[in-house]
Design a protein around this ligand. Sequence first.
Ligand code: DI6
Ligand code: FE
Length: 421
Amino acid sequence: MTLNFDTLFINANLATMDLNIETPYGTIKNGALGTKDGRIAWIGEMGNLPKYKCKKKNIRDCQGDWITPGLVDCHTHLVFGGNRAREFEQRLNGVSYEQIAKNGGGIISTVTATRDADEEILALDASDRLMDLASGGVTTVEIKSGYGLDLETEIKMLKTMRSLAAQEDVRVVTTFLGAHAIPPEYKGRSDDYIDLICNVMVPKLAKLGLADAVDGFCENIAFSPDQIRRVFETAKKYALPVKLHAEQLSNQGGAKLAAEFGALSADHLEYIDEDGVKAMAASGTVAVLLPGAFYCLKERKKPPVELFRKHGVPMALATDCNPGSSPITSPPLILNMACTLFGFTPEEALAGMTREGAKALGLGNEIGTLEIGKSADLALWTLEHPSELSYWVGRDYCQARVLGSVLINSGRNGAKYAKIY
Ligand code: DI6
Ligand code: FE
């Protein structure tokens, strides 16, 4: 039988991250990967390449470069107005993150800036940050709303995200994070704000098709488990998957609640206990760990990586790019931090931003590994070995990305590689 390829990558080392291939990183050395209609149609060693047809100009000689699945950044707050460098200064002068929030700063200062922001500027700023992620190898990004906290601004944010998807050659998954903070006009009336989320916001956004999932912030400076439960029940009514910022600053039992609702992920989790981990294992909820926020907030308590391993909870990693606790747009920096700060192995780290990140978005069957039938979302790197992705500290040197089979040059050597690929 002759296979027809739209594109064929030859002489590549493949870090498939496919658990069915029992080499570290699911590696296939000296391999090839063929695509058809945006999907991976064949993958294997060069020596086993079957008879094929492919236009000569679409055969790319990778000259020993590595191909990994396109990176998945499964937790970001990429769309926001302004920045919070002044609060960074305050924190260095001894004011805590929680205290700043209590004084009306923190998330609320970004809410004010986002409400005021001109739509075009909002999109331009976010697109700039998205380009950083892309040059670090990202092909899929999740973006949360939650800096509007009123229907109009939440819609403005979510529409901005959808428009980024069209511009930037990156897959964008949107999440409604209305339950992020109590808006100033609801101060002291958080239950009324939850009513607004459940009775007005979720129904409207579901109707507009602007949100792919619903998230919340379960914390003593944000919303209680009972309030989050109401949000989750509403999401369920509209068939929207849920996820939760849980146990970031204290243990509120948020991870258990998330697990009870079959959440895609529970995120942060520094303060989770073993019962919470067991509940996540039972429900298949992914642990999304965010070393950037841990680092920027100078946290001491680490998420219990050993317990996640022991109970088989998948661990994803993400930048958490946001103006308060993680102004970071470098995926490789997150890989390095996960290893250095949380004790991930480089292989676990790469899995965290590929296979497990995909799972955290409910896209485990579509992206995240190099497997026949999955979308041809790839990242190409000039490396000796994939451990280098975690070893260099924040060095974004992805050479090119492929999204659904379409080649997109990016990275510092884009011009050079434009010739080769
Ligand atoms: N946890 C976080 O790390 C971000 N949101 C959240 O609930 C921080 C958001 C911010 O400080 O602006
Ligand atoms: Fe977050």
